[in-house]
Design a protein around this ligand. Sequence first.
Ligand code: SIN
Length: 305
Amino acid sequence: MSAPDLSITLAGIRMKNPVMVASGTFGYGPEYADLVDLSQLGAMVVKGISTEPWQGNQTPRTVEVASGLINAIGLQNPGAEGFLQTYLPFLRNYDVPVIVNIWGRTVEEYAAVAARLSAAEGIAALELNVSCPNIKEGSKSFGSNADMFRRVIAATRAVTKLPLIPKLAPDVFRIAEFARLAEAEGADALAIANSVPAMAIDIETRRPKLANITGGLSGPAIRPIAVRLVWEAAKAVQIPIIGMGGIYTAADAVEFFIAGASAVAVGTANFLEPATPLTVAAGLRDYLARHQLGSVRELVGTLAC
Ligand code: SIN
């Protein structure tokens, strides 16, 4: 049997392999380009972009905990013009689809940033961040309220032809309902899921370890939660799902594919070993060969129960 084919087409985007990087864990490209060949990634998903530059939260903004990391960066970013002038030209040097995570404080801001980015060449898709737990207005409030969720997808859908990929919150009561709403409003794929709201306390000072008090937990601790969310959403919709949450190894990624994901994203592991997406892709190829599967598509949604 010839070597398994790792290539996929997701929401019309051709990828060499189904292992992407999760927004916020790989910067905008230059930060990692000396460490990893960006052209080998399935897709490069950049940190959330808003209409204007944004400072994010006060420090400390990250804390390591058992089995993961809690962050409260607060969506710091250079704004749409900063991204288009400084980072997109750099990313165009690589043969990798560029997916831009976007966010806003209002429906109008989501639509404005989507429209501005859609006018540029070289962006493969927009990931709608409706699930960041770390800012007071916007983002998470859109992903936790069905009506606002629907409105933000409809408003961005109206201004762009780029594939739209809402990134869902992990702590909604029924993920299947949000998945169905997104599909009905014209989403092309779903990213499941963002970090899980969490906090850590310094017991000597009795102060929170993050200036924002709460943050989002990522890493191995949340993987079983994310696998379950992908499984529930995959049963509810036809559009493809990008699964993420604590993927460190190929075995972790395989769980997501079996649960119903068509692609995966590596996040927190990139902070420990930036080449993790490449080793996950190589290990996935070995798994497929060992199980005599010709492509990753043959693995998607094959849970036996
Ligand atoms: C952050 O910048 O606070 C994290 C981004 C996210 O959770 O979407």
